[in-house]
Design a protein around this ligand. Sequence first.
Ligand code: AVW
Length: 298
Amino acid sequence: MPCQSNFLTPKKRYILLTVGIFILILIIVASCVLGIYLKSQEETKSWKGNGTSRNLQEIVLGRCYGYLAKNPNLGERDCNKIWQELTNAVYKKDPCSITEDSYNNLIKLTQEAIPCNKSLLWSRTNILVHQFTKVREDFTTLEDTFLGSMFDGLTWCGKTNSAGMNFKSCPAWDECANNSISSFWKKASAAFAKSSCGVVQVMLNGSTDGNIVREDSILKSIEIPSMNPDMVSELIIWLMNSPGGGSSNSCSNKSLVALKEYIEKHKIRSSCKVDYRPVRLLQCIENPGAADCTTYYY
Ligand code: AVW
């Protein structure tokens, strides 16, 4: 009896093979198109904040080497590794899924001892406090430290589906809870407060609109709770009013009294000075004609 083969005829085989190859090519092309589409969607996805600062890598590396040159006591630090850890924290990740822990390695690489009685915290006095530490190097804000000075004023975020920074837009501070910028500053602020010791100072703005200290400020929500009451003996508030008149406040202001109670609830003693003279003198350099400055002329 002739053998009845179940095998396909060469013609059928040829057709099947052609169809198979065609489907395979179709799948490859479709996934390429989808990949390109996803990437382009990501590039055009517009977050509310500015994109990554231009020349971020060069700026961070330059600031890193600059700080090390001025502070040889920090010893050997690898600026390229620091940059690498920043990219590890944010590359190929949704910029709204970056937690404080994402920066653990970066924090480890930039650890620095803050001498006791030197830490200066601030809220709503960003410009004034840094004008002050420029002339008074015996005080240090987070932005004057190795870590803080490298990233101060810069913006960065990665892209979900590819390596590299997103230079078009990044989430704004409040756009999502775990964004690359807010998580970084929260983590850095907690580390700074944790390593502070002795008498700590905090510069506040008595002439600001609204609350002197915002409820969700980093000072209140992160730094005060992070300080170790066994290491910090006192928190001294410098309440700075604008010398040009306008609204001003005293230490008996309701929100300051509440802040004092909040500090003491964290087992840290606190006190308050209005218009701390060394800072007032600095304000008067900028505004010598202001009513509250004329008393300094003899
Ligand atoms: P700030 P903080 N929304 O003057 O106590 C938008 O109130 O917060 O002082 N931007 C914010 C927000 C927010 N909820 N929170 C913080 N920022 C950004 C580190 C924003 O760029 C130092 F050690 C704003 O201009 C100080 O002791 C800036 O943070 C403490 O944290 C300051 O807000 C100052 O932070």
